[in-house]
Design a protein around this ligand. Structure first.
Ligand code: SF4
Length: 357
């Protein structure tokens, strides 16, 4: 019910006020906070040190449930789990959990849909429905934290692996910088020692290149990693792939990145989705190298996740290899990202779209 207060949208101060309004002492807020962010409680019945009557009142007037899983897909290798969630107003979003030997990386959404219109992206095709609240962003992490904390849900690989979320990337649906306020409220909650408590360095925010927001992020004082989706080294090509390039051309984005690295001394990752015959030629690799070789950066080449009826296809292995080698020959650190979960529509927005079809 939308009339119930969403507890995940409240700060600790706001939760304390809510407890006061319910005639409760302030320390009850701390208890509830602990249950939510440290013990990942998914309902009030688990909060056994709260009086029964308070648990009942909380269940009546408030809610912890901002997301309902409506579809779940596990990759054949059992190392990628994708979940489609329905929000309280019926909108849907996706999040993906990727299991590596020593990491459990969660890719989360920041908006329902996206306004950026990238021409190769499944999410772009439906446009933006709305921003997620900070609570809805945090709720995705808590859902998987709960999942990982349950030993019965672990894939039976026989390998000892961490049972907590170790890394988060904001690379799911939406442009995080376009929902700046809520995203940063969520990031502070996720990194706060009295909140979820994940190290800021374990989190990466990926943007399509909203230059003024990159400057704003440089002033946040949190060591969150920055990834910039470049996909092309010049304005003609990039504007075809990433329409927001018309507002923030390549040189403007790169200048913002230079200011960011000068201020934070942190290396920036450039994401580059390689598309066959579109942006994967040797000439474009040379042009990219010239543009970025003075920057403190790493290039992450991503084999494109093809979407149905799209003219864009992934580059061949040979072209991918050539592209990486050219960048490396200029002294640029570059890697090809493992393609995970293709068969479960793990690319941004693909499961949601497939189920809507
Ligand atoms: S690639 Fe990212 S920024 Fe571009 S439309 Fe898709 S979700 Fe939005």
């Amino acid at each position: 019910m939308q009339t119930q207060t969403a507890l995940l949208d409240l700060s600790l101060d706001e939760l304390t006020q809510l407890m006061r309004d319910l005639g409760q002492p302030a320390y009850r807020a701390r208890q509830v906070w602990e249950w939510i962010y440290r013990r990942y409680a998914g309902d009030f019945e688990q909060m056994t040190d709260l009086p029964q009557a308070l648990r009942r009142t909380l269940a009546e007037k408030t809610t912890l449930r901002l997301l309902t899983p409506v579809a779940e897909m596990v990759s054949a290798g059992r190392d990628t789990l994708k979940v489609l969630f329905r929000l309280r107003d019926g909108q849907t979003i996706e999040a993906v959990l990727m299991l590596y030997d020593r990491r459990r990386t969660l890719c989360i959404s920041s908006q329902a849909g996206c306004a950026m219109g990238c021409t190769f992206c499944a999410t772009a095709q439906g446009g933006l429905a709305r921003n997620l609240s900070a609570g809805e962003i945090v709720a995705q992490v808590l859902y998987f934290a709960r999942y990982l904390a349950d030993p019965a849900s672990l894939p039976q690989t026989g390998v000892e692996r961490p049972s907590t979320v170790t890394n988060i990337v904001l690379m799911g649906m939406g442009e995080p910088m376009h929902n700046y306020q809520n995203v940063w409220t969520a990031l502070r909650r996720l990194t706060a020692a009295e909140g979820f408590g994940l190290g800021a360095r374990a989190i990466t925010l990926s943007t399509v290149g909203l230059a003024p927001m990159i400057d704003r992020m440089a002033d946040e004082g949190l060591q969150i990693g920055l990834a910039v989706s470049l996909h092309a080294p010049n304005d003609d090509l990039r504007a075809r792939l990433v329409p927001v390039n018309k507002a923030y051309p390549v040189d403007e984005v790169l200048a913002a990145v230079a200011r960011y690295t000068a201020k934070t001394h942190r290396r920036v990752t450039f994401e580059y989705a390689l598309m066959r015959g579109i942006n994967d030629s040797a000439e474009l690799a040379e042009e990219l190298a010239q543009k970025i070789q003075h920057l403190l950066c790493h290039v992450n080449l991503i084999p494109l996740n093809p979407i149905p009826n799209s003219p864009y296809q992934p580059s061949s292995e040979a072209d991918t290899e050539r592209f990486v080698e050219i960048l490396r020959s200029h002294g640029i650190s570059a890697t090809v990202r493992l393609r995970r979960g293709i068969e479960i529509n793990a690319g941004c927005g693909q499961l949601r779209r497939a189920l809507a079809a």
